[in-house]
Write a protein that binds this ligand. Structure first.
Ligand SMILES: *[C@@H]1O[C@H](CO)[C@@H](O)[C@H](O)[C@H]1NC(C)=O
Ligand SMILES: *[C@@H]1O[C@H](CO)[C@@H](O)[C@H](O)[C@H]1NC(C)=O
Ligand SMILES: *[C@@H]1O[C@H](CO)[C@@H](O)[C@H](O)[C@H]1NC(C)=O
Length: 706
C-alpha cells in the first residue's frame, strides 16, 4: 500500500510540475505558479511600463527572494480551497491582512515577546514599498464535478487578490483573461475546468455610490425622519407630558393607536396645537408605550398574537437558511443535512407563510362581519355608501402598510449600493438596481405578477398577494351583505379553481419538490397569487363561522378530540409529507394543489377551538395567549420586512464564507432573531407608527370638521 501511495504521490507531483511548466518553464519555483496572485505578477510585462507593472515585478522579486512583505501579500490572496467539490467557491484570501500589511503601527505585545516575535524578521522587510489594495474577481467555472441546485451563484468562484493599488481593474482583468485562456492554474488541470472572468471589483470605497440614482434623496429622507423623531420625542417628553401631568389627564390616543395596529378603529379626541400633534406622532416615547401596551379590549383576539409571532420566528429561521445559501462553502453538505426528518420543519417552512394568509383572511372576515351578520340584510341598500366603505378600507390599509415598505425599499437600495461597492461577495439581490427601476410595482402591490429576478425585495411578494386578496375578499364581503349566496358561490369557485389550477400548473411543468426544482420554478409554483389564495379563503370562512356562532360552539368532548386529531394529522402530513422528495409528478401535483389549503384547515381548527370552546382550549390556548407575544406580534410586519435584509447584510459584510454546521448556524439564527426584532422596533418607530397616528389624527380632524 505504501508503495502505491508513493507512486501516486510522485504522479501528482509530476502533474503539478508539468502544469506549471507550461508557463515560465525556466523558473526554479514552478510550483508557486499555481497561486493566482503569483501568476498574475509573473505576467506583469503584458502591461508595459505602467506603474502597476513595475510594482507587480517588485512583488514577484520579493516573493522569489522570500521577503516578508512579498510573502504577506501573496498569503493574503486567494487560491483553490479544499471542499471545492462540495461547493467551496470562496477563494477569498484575507482582506484584513492585505490591508493591514501597510499598517506600520506595531502590535501591542509585551516587549519581551516582541523581541522573540521579531527575532527572525528583518523589520525593514516588513512593509511593501508601495500601496496595496484588495480586489475580487468573479469567475464562472464549468465544472460538472460540483452538485447543482439551480441557484445563480453556485458556479461562481470569488477570488480575492491582494495587489498593488496602482493596478486598475482593467489591468487585472486583462491579465486574468490571459491566464484563463492559457489554463495554467491548478484547478484547470485538476478538474479540467474552464474559467470565465465576469468582473474584477475594486473594493476601495470611493463614496461615488452615494451620488448615484435616488441615493441622495433616500439619505435626505432618512435624516428628515430622524430629525422628526428627535424633535417629536423632545416635544413629547418636555411639553406634552408636563401638560398632561398638570391637567391630570391620561393619554387617550395610546389605546386607540393600539387598536388601529390590530385593525379596529375608534375616533379619539385630543386638544393640542396642530404642529404639536404632528410631532407627537413621531415621538419615540409615546410610540414605545403603544407597542408595549399589553392591555387588550374584549373584542381582540388574544391567540392571534401568539400565532403571528411564532410563525414569524419560524419564517425567520427558514429565511436564515435560505438567504444564507449563497454564502455557504459546503452547500452540498447542507443538502444532505436537509434530508433528515426533523429538518423537514425548516425545509417546508413555506407553509408558515400560508398561516399568514390564513390569519389575514380570518381577520378581514372577522373584523368586517362584526355587526353585519344579524342586522342589515333587510335594510335598503346604499350602493354609494358601500362603495365608499370599500375604498376607505383599502386606503386605510394602504396607508398602514406602505410608509414602512417604502422606507424599507429606500434602505435596501442604500445598503445594497454600498455592498455592491464594498462587499467581497457577489451581490445577487441587487436592490439598488431592481428597486430603482421597479419600485413602483411594489408600491402598487403588483410585483408578484413579474419575474423573480426583477423583483425589488424578493421576499415581499407576500405583500402584493395579501393586498390583492384583501381587495377581492373585501369586495366579496361587501357583496355578501346584499347577495349572500352569490358571494359564497364566487368564493367557492375561486377556492376550487385555485386548487385545480395549482395542481395543473405543477403537473404541466413536471414539478417534483426537490430543492433544485423549487429554485427553478420559483416564479411559477411559489408565489403567483392564484397558487396562494386557498388559505386566505379558508381564513375568511373561519372568520365567518366564528362570527356566525358568536364564539359559542358547543361540541361534545369526543368530537373535539376527533377534530384535534384530524387537524394535527393534516398539519403533520403537509409538513412531513415531502420527506422523500423523489415522488411522481402526479403525487406532487396533488400535494401542490391541496397542501396549503389543508394546512390552513388545520390552523383553522386551532383558532376555532381556542376561541370558541372555552373548556377545550387547554395548553395551546394558554401558550398562544401569553402576554409577551403582544408587543412582539405588533412588530411582525416590520420584522417581516427586515429579516432577509438583515441576514443578507450581515453575510455580505463578512470577510469569510459561512460553513454550514448545526450548532453555529443555530446560534447565528438566534442572533438574527434578536437583531431583526430590535431593528423592527426601530423601523416601526420610524415609519410605521407615525403614519398610523397621522392617519388617525387626520380622520379625527375630519370627523370634527363635519
Ligand atoms: C524568548 O526567547 C528566549 C531565547 O530563545 C527564550 O529563552 C524565552 O523563553 C523566550 N520568551 C518567550 C516568552 O517565549
Ligand atoms: C469546460 O469547457 C471547456 C471548453 O468549453 C471544455 O473543454 C471542458 O471539457 C469543460 N469542462 C467540463 C468539466 O465540462
Ligand atoms: C492599465 O490601466 C491603466 C489605467 O486604467 C490604463 O491606462 C492602461 O491602458 C491599462 N493597461 C492595460 C494593458 O489594460
Amino acid at each position: 500500500m505504501h508503495y502505491v501511495a508513493f507512486i501516486s504521490y510522485i504522479y501528482h507531483f509530476a502533474t503539478l510540475f508539468c502544469v506549471s511548466a507550461q508557463f515560465h518553464g525556466s523558473n526554479e519555483n514552478n510550483i508557486i505558479h499555481l497561486l493566482p496572485a503569483y501568476t498574475i505578477a509573473s505576467r506583469a510585462s503584458l502591461l508595459g511600463s505602467a506603474t502597476c507593472a513595475t510594482e507587480l515585478r517588485d512583488f514577484l522579486d520579493a516573493v522569489d527572494q522570500r521577503i516578508l512583505w512579498g510573502l504577506k501579500t501573496l498569503d493574503s490572496s486567494g487560491e483553490l480551497k479544499s471542499g471545492f467539490l462540495y461547493g467551496n467557491n470562496f477563494w477569498l484570501g484575507s482582506r484584513s491582512q492585505c490591508l493591514d500589511i501597510m499598517n506600520r503601527t506595531p502590535f501591542e505585545f509585551a516587549n519581551r515577546y516582541i523581541l522573540n516575535n521579531t527575532r527572525y524578521r528583518d523589520s525593514l522587510n516588513e512593509f511593501p514599498p508601495f500601496q496595496l489594495n484588495y480586489f475580487v474577481a468573479y469567475i464562472r467555472h464549468n465544472s460538472t464535478l460540483q452538485y447543482h441546485i439551480n441557484i445563480f451563484t453556485e458556479d461562481l468562484i470569488t477570488l480575492g487578490l491582494c495587489l498593488p493599488a496602482s493596478c486598475s481593474t482593467n489591468n487585472i482583468s486583462f491579465i486574468l483573461e490571459g491566464i484563463f485562456r492559457d489554463r495554467v492554474l491548478l484547478i484547470n488541470d485538476l478538474y479540467s475546468v474552464d474559467l470565465n472572468l465576469i468582473q474584477v471589483k475594486n473594493l476601495k470605497d470611493d463614496h461615488q455610490w452615494l451620488l448615484s440614482g435616488a441615493i441622495p434623496f433616500i439619505c435626505v429622507a432618512l435624516v428628515l425622519t430622524f430629525v422628526m423623531m428627535i424633535s417629536g420625542t423632545i416635544y413629547d417628553i418636555f411639553i406634552y407630558q408636563t401638560y398632561l401631568k398638570e391637567n391630570n389627564k391620561t393619554v387617550v390616543n395610546i389605546e386607540n393607536a393600539v387598536k388601529e395596529m390590530t385593525m379596529t378603529d375608534l375616533s379619539f379626541s385630543c386638544e393640542k396645537s396642530r404642529i404639536g400633534n404632528v410631532l407627537m406622532c413621531f415621538s419615540v416615547y409615546t410610540s414605545t408605550k403603544i407597542i408595549f401596551n399589553t392591555k387588550l379590549d374584549t373584542e381582540e383576539i388574544v391567540v392571534i398574537h401568539g400565532i403571528k409571532f411564532l410563525s414569524m420566528v419560524w419564517i425567520i429561521i427558514f429565511h436564515s437558511v435560505f438567504y444564507m445559501l449563497e454564502f455557504y462553502d459546503n452547500k452540498t453538505w447542507m443538502l444532505r443535512f436537509a434530508e433528515g426528518i426533523p429538518i423537514q420543519v425548516i425545509s417546508n417552512a413555506f407553509v408558515s407563510v400560508d398561516t399568514y394568509f390564513f390569519l389575514s383572511g380570518f381577520l378581514l372576515a372577522y373584523m368586517n362581519l362584526k355587526n353585519k351578520i344579524d342586522k342589515g340584510r333587510s335594510k335598503p341598500i346604499h350602493y354609494k355608501k358601500k362603495l365608499n366603505e370599500f375604498f376607505v378600507s383599502i386606503l386605510k390599509r394602504y396607508i398602514r402598510l406602505t410608509p414602512a415598505y417604502i422606507m424599507m425599499i429606500g434602505i435596501a437600495q442604500l445598503i445594497s449600493a454600498w455592498y455592491d461597492k464594498t462587499s467581497q461577495f457577489y451581490v445577487e439581490e441587487i436592490s439598488h438596481k431592481t428597486c430603482a427601476k421597479y419600485w413602483w410595482r411594489n408600491v402598487l402591490y403588483i410585483h408578484n405578477l413579474f419575474a423573480f429576478n426583477t423583483m425589488c425585495l424578493s421576499w415581499s411578494w407576500y405583500l402584493s398577494n395579501d393586498m390583492q386578496y384583501y381587495i377581492i375578499g373585501l369586495a366579496l364581503l361587501i357583496l355578501s351583505t346584499v347577495y349572500f349566496y352569490v358571494a359564497v358561490v364566487i368564493l367557492s369557485i375561486i377556492l376550487i379553481a385555485s386548487v385545480i389550477l395549482s395542481g395543473y400548473i405543477s403537473y404541466i411543468y413536471e414539478y417534483v419538490p426537490t430543492l433544485d426544482e423549487q429554485f427553478r420554478l420559483i416564479d411559477v409554483i411559489y408565489y403567483p397569487p392564484w397558487i396562494r389564495i386557498g388559505p386566505y379563503i379558508i381564513g375568511m370562512i373561519t372568520g365567518y363561522i366564528i362570527r356566525r356562532f358568536n364564539k359559542k360552539i358547543t361540541l361534545k368532548r369526543n368530537i373535539v378530540i376527533l377534530c384535534w386529531t384530524l387537524c394535527a394529522a393534516c398539519n403533520i402530513l403537509v409538513l412531513f409529507g415531502l420527506y422523500k422528495r423523489q415522488i411522481s409528478v402526479l403525487s406532487t401535483a396533488i400535494y401542490v394543489a391541496l397542501s396549503r389549503t389543508v394546512w390552513a384547515i388545520g390552523i383553522a381548527w386551532i383558532v376555532i377551538c381556542v376561541m370558541c370552546c372555552t373548556e377545550h382550549g387547554g395548553i395551546v390556548k394558554q401558550l398562544l395567549s401569553c402576554k409577551i407575544w403582544i408587543p412582539l406580534s405588533r412588530l411582525t410586519y416590520c420584522a417581516y420586512l427586515l429579516n432577509p435584509f438583515i441576514i443578507l447584510s450581515i453575510n455580505l459584510h463578512s470577510e469569510t464564507s459561512t460553513h454550514f454546521e448545526v450548532l453555529s448556524i443555530g446560534a447565528t439564527i438566534i442572533g438574527y432573531l434578536m437583531i431583526t426584532y430590535l431593528c423592527a422596533y426601530a423601523l416601526s418607530l420610524m415609519a410605521e407608527l407615525p403614519y398610523i397616528l397621522l392617519m388617525q389624527m387626520f380622520r379625527q380632524s375630519r370627523v370634527k370638521g363635519t
